[in-house]
Design a protein around this ligand. Structure first.
Ligand code: PLP
Length: 442
């Protein structure tokens, strides 16, 4: 395996003739740390314009669980387009939507005994979050939503009010009301059950926390730094909500669709949220697509009350249904994800054990990573990885977590290759830091 570094010009104009710097808004982000020009992608591999191949441990920030251009999904989509299948149908009945609803019911909801109706929202994750909080407020007649430290739910104004990240919040330009922030599991250390505070605040009439409409939570916080809520914590959160007539909304936009080893990230805890948001890998092909699952009796929407032009994406219905039928018909796929997650964790443990740096494993399933001492070190490791042919990014309050998010379909050989590059990247950055420290001391 090749873990040697290749000189990559990290000047963002070097590979693009300055086109993006000149013509695209300064708001662009991932392309700054990964300033290449990509042309093709298959499975877990990306190919740049010079023909260089990169392993993808970013996977569209969790939107490509089944890899790039998965052949099963590509064939289904090409066949559909070739037969002049409906591309856009507003929210009218289409054969593609019917098939998706039936497949989702049969493969996902029914086996888990989940009694949800499906609302197709606008196509991004934030659209599903907006719909969830609006419905929670409508159904309960209350305003406050409880959100958690390090939670990330999107950047449209309603979703942003729930998102913790200051960089994103500072861009709001307006007060974001109606949200009370509570500490996520582990926020105050392993010895503190943060739900003691939530429960006390809810029951104390002088706490300043009114009766909320809903609680919005991720079972595994993706952007917030791979923080995992324990099953016991989630179970207790559900009990607290149900005992006080508060709706529990599970944001499974990043951790769902098999990423943690089960279709829904909350399955191991046994909780039954009132609503669930899904997006990212739901289309299975990287197509924009989001939905909100709603307990049937909470579906109090009037027709068209929450609408939008792009509710349900017919091409995404086709690829999503194909993925459900291909990957979720038997337990084999989920078991294989768990097996690969075991390999990932054990190799990350090897990195942590061997390193002179103060490192810590975080996350669950195939969204597991390593917390570094700071964001600068994590960024340097990601740059070293890119030079070794691995696309990988950071998350966390200080961008300090190197986050492995490979496609769930990655082969063992590719996983091994990517982890070898990552191991070499940790080694090289640690040794540079040691050399710098020695240089400064002498
Ligand atoms: N919720 C979670 C848990 C997410 O991770 C994200 C995006 O990363 C969102 C919501 C927002 O999704 P989108 O960026 O598609 O609006």
């Amino acid at each position: 395996m090749n873990t040697t570094a290749k000189k990559i010009d990290l000047d963002s104009n070097a590979h693009t003739g300055g086109v993006f710097a000149r013509l695209e808004s300064d708001v662009r982000s991932y392309c700054r740390s990964i300033p290449l020009l990509f042309e093709k992608a298959v499975g877990a591999e990306l190919v740049d314009a010079d023909g260089n191949v990169y392993l993808d441990f970013l996977a569209g920030a969790g939107s490509l669980n089944y890899g790039h251009n998965n052949p099963v999904l590509k064939e289904a989509l090409m066949e559909y387009i070739g037969a002049d299948g409906i591309a856009h149908g507003l929210d009218m009945h289409t054969a593609a939507k019917k098939r998706f609803l039936e497949s989702f019911h049969e493969r996902i909801l029914q086996p888990r005994k989940l009694d949800y109706v499906t609302q197709f929202t606008g196509p991004t994750g934030a659209n599903a979050v907006e719909a969830a909080i609006k419905l929670a407020r409508k159904v309960t007649g209350r305003e406050t939503i409880i959100a958690f430290t390090n939670g990330f739910h999107g950047v449209t104004l309603g979703a942003l009010s729930l998102t913790g990240n200051r960089h994103h919040r500072d861009a709001a330009g307006i007060a974001m009301n109606g949200v009370v922030r509570m500490p996520f599991d582990g926020y105050l250390g392993d010895d503190v059950d943060t739900l003691d505070y939530l429960e006390k605040a809810l029951d104390d009439p002088s706490s300043g926390v009114g009766h909320p409409a809903a609680v919005m939570v991720e079972a595994v916080q993706g952007e917030g730094g791979l923080n995992v809520a324990s099953d016991a914590w989630l179970k207790r959160l559900e009990e607290i909500c149900r005992a006080r007539d508060i709706l529990l909304i599970l944001d499974d936009i990043q951790a769902g669709c098999g990423r943690t080893g089960t279709f829904f990230s909350f399955e191991p805890s046994g909780i039954r949220p009132h609503m669930v948001t899904l997006s990212k890998s739901l289309s299975a092909f990287g197509l924009p697509f989001a939905l909100l699952l709603i307990e049937s009796e909470l579906d109090e929407w009037e027709p068209g009350e929450h609408n939008g032009t792009f509710r349900g994406n017919n091409h995404a219905f086709v690829t999503a249904a194909a993925a459900l039928e291909h990957f979720w018909a038997t337990p084999d796929f989920a078991q294989d994800v768990k097996r690969k997650a075991g390999i990932l964790r054990s190799r990350l443990e090897d990195i942590v054990d061997a390193s002179a740096l103060d490192l810590r494993i975080k996350g669950r399933g195939l969204m597991t990573g390593i917390a570094c001492p700071d964001g600068e070190i994590a960024g340097a490791i990601c740059r070293a990885a890119l030079e070794r042919g691995l696309v990988i990014e950071t998350s966390g309050s200080f961008d300090e977590v190197v986050k492995c998010l490979p496609p769930l379909t990655i082969s063992d050989e590719e996983l091994d290759r990517g982890l070898a590059a990552l191991t070499a990247s940790f080694e090289v950055v640690a040794s540079e830091l040691t050399q710098n420290a020695q240089g400064a001391a002498s």
